[in-house]
Ligand binder design. Structure first.
Ligand SMILES: [Zn+2]
Length: 286
């Protein structure tokens, strides 16, 4: 599932291609994946591309007779969403085979929505599992939690949060109503760097541990962005031009079950925890 670094990467790469584009058509191949009226966005100009947690948001400006109308196109990738951009939407061919599709041409068997622009370019929203969505709204659909890259995400915020709950630390880090943007990859790797076991009770963390965890969360998220996100073996994530991210080469414990710990060579363990896999070194993480 794309996490903060993956959605941030898509945002940064899409932005220069999309600002100023005017939507000429929206083809909805799977009604489940599109919520809203397409007439609200046809004719609208994209004036900004933003990210709130794991939600990608296009701000639209539509001129009507009396006034400007603003709408937002919100995109959530959920488990297997992808966005591809092509300068030629009618003959879209990419350099690489697109994961979960049969080749390098779009639309593919997994394409759910196509947004076309007046200059002939367009984007394809693919989603194998169909949990992702595009929603039209009057305000951006911002998640409740604090974004890891937001100024409000401070050591004090993380300290107050961990002090306030007995829940194990890993699901707290991944709770989008509390902190937005951290998923399974970056939760596992930041806990490893902070030497904290994923099942440690949040309110048992010491001041030093929380301070270190705060730093390692920022560090892993920023490294993920620098590497243009993670395209792990079984993951759908790709860049808008169809190429892969690079952070999977720098995983610390995530998806490294049965391999030696990078610190102490103890074999990395994997356990199921709240329905998700946790990877950790039982020697380094307490
Ligand atoms: Zn170790």
């Amino acid at each position: 599932m794309p996490e903060l670094p993956e959605v941030e990467t898509i945002k940064r790469l899409l932005k220069p291609n999309l600002i100023g584009k005017i939507i000429s058509e929206v083809e909805i191949l799977s009604p489940k994946n599109f919520v809203g009226k397409k007439s609200d966005v046809i004719g609208a100009k994209i004036t900004s591309v933003d990210r709130y947690g794991k939600v990608l948001v296009f701000r639209l400006e539509k001129l009507d007779k009396l006034d400007k109308l603003y709408n937002f196109l919100n995109i959530h990738f959920k488990l297997s969403g992808q966005i591809l951009f092509s300068k030629n939407v009618d003959k879209a061919i990419f350099k690489n085979t697109i994961p979960f599709t049969k080749g390098n041409k779009m639309p593919a068997n997994t394409t759910r929505v196509i947004v076309e622009f007046t200059d002939g370019s367009g984007i394809f929203f693919n989603d194998l599992r169909k949990f992702g969505w595009i929603k039209v709204s009057e305000q951006p659909l911002k998640p409740k939690g604090i974004d890891v890259l937001d100024k409000k995400f401070t050591v004090k915020f993380l300290t107050d949060l961990t002090d306030s709950t007995k829940r194990p630390i890993k699901p707290v880090l991944m709770d989008q109503d509390l902190i937005t943007g951290i998923g399974n990859i970056y939760a596992n790797d930041s806990l490893f760097l902070a030497k904290i076991h994923p099942q440690r009770l949040s309110n048992s963390l010491t001041e030093n541990e929380v301070t270190l965890l705060y730093k390692t969360i920022k560090q892993t998220i920023n490294e993920g962005i620098k590497d243009l996100g993670s395209s792990g073996a079984d993951e759908a994530f790709i860049l808008p031009d169809g190429s892969r991210g690079g952070h999977q080469r720098n995983f610390l414990v995530y998806q490294r079950e049965k391999q030696p710990c990078l610190n102490c060579k103890t074999i990395i363990k994997r356990i199921k925890h709240n329905g998700r896999s946790s990877f950790f070194c039982q020697n380094c993480q307490k």
